[in-house]
Design a protein around this ligand. Structure first.
Ligand code: ADP
Ligand code: MG
Length: 256
């Protein structure tokens, strides 16, 4: 231990995991979508959520991003207790989100899309925003497309711009909800490639995907959701190689 190490704050016996959910329930009217979910994600970990359509994956991810509120249970993300509504706003800027739909502004260039929140939310000066925006575009391999409009870009390039837009905010955690599901098959690899390189750089990531190859070669942990609960989780080798639950086996049989 060196003298520059920061001592642990006195009185805090537990270092909060980067993400920790316990007993999370979510209902939409009469429909109980999450039925008591417990899950933890450590800093630097890449967790892939798999499961059938309707099993609650997106709802769980949206709760972790505070786009949706749990009805019950505790949700800690990056040290912020999202179940404490007074403190929930602290999460803004700490998490980056990428969805199936890229949601780029068509009348703005790639750089314009990436810098928008830096200018409007972070209130950075234009020169600084553009410098960060260009660095983010470079990170996803699109330095040469800064001045292109979304319509001039392929779906894979548009999704990479969406990833750059999230990265430009310097998030501690990245959430992806089926980021390649809207793409033609030949464009999937360029997006999963960027995600893989983020993972290699140590980004904490929670990813909902049907790309089982990405799950196998990039996930530290695979979580199988079924009917609103985490039915099984483990290393990719465990979950894909020797799933212990019949429902997991059935699901994998359908998608692999
Ligand atoms: P998944 O992402 O695994 O396909 P979702 O979390 O999107 O699952 O959805 C789980 C269930 O919750 C589905 O039955 C879906 O129709 C329902 N659901 C999701 N969001 C809403 C909502 N805003 N209002 C009502 N029902 C919803
Ligand atoms: Mg979904």
């Amino acid at each position: 231990m060196t003298t520059t190490d920061t001592p642990k704050p006195v009185g805090k016996t537990v270092t909060p995991a980067r993400i920790a959910l316990s007993g999370v329930h979510k209902r939409f009217g009469a429909l109980e979508v999450l039925k008591g979910v417990d899950i933890g994600v450590e800093p630097g970990e890449v967790v892939v959520l798999i499961g059938a359509s309707g099993s609650g994956k997106s709802t769980l991810l949206r709760i972790m991003c505070d786009l949706e509120r749990a009805d019950d249970g505790e949700v800690w993300v990056g040290g912020v207790p999202l179940h404490d509504r007074k403190r929930a706003p602290e999460i803004f800027g700490q998490v980056g989100m990428v969805f199936q739909q890229f949601n780029l502004f068509p009348h703005k260039t790639a750089l314009g899309n990436v810098t928008l929140a830096l200018l409007k939310v972070r209130k950075l000066a234009r020169a600084e925003a553009e410098e960060r925006g260009r660095a983010a575009l470079e990170r996803v391999g699109l330095a040469d497309k800064a001045d292109s409009y979304p319509a001039q870009l392929s779906g894979g390039q548009q999704q990479r711009v969406a990833i750059a837009r999230a990265l430009a905010m310097d998030p501690a955690i990245m959430f992806f909800d089926e980021p390649t599901s809207a793409l033609d098959p030949e464009l999937v690899g360029e997006v999963t490639g960027v995600m893989r390189s983020l993972a290699e750089d140590g980004m904490t990531m929670v990813v909902v995907t049907h790309e089982m190859r990405f799950a196998k070669d990039t996930a530290d942990r695979v979580v199988f959701m079924d009917g609103g609960v985490v039915l099984e989780q483990g290393s990719p080798e465990q979950v894909f190689g020797s799933p212990s639950e019949a429902r997991t086996q059935q699901f994998l049989h359908r998608v692999l």
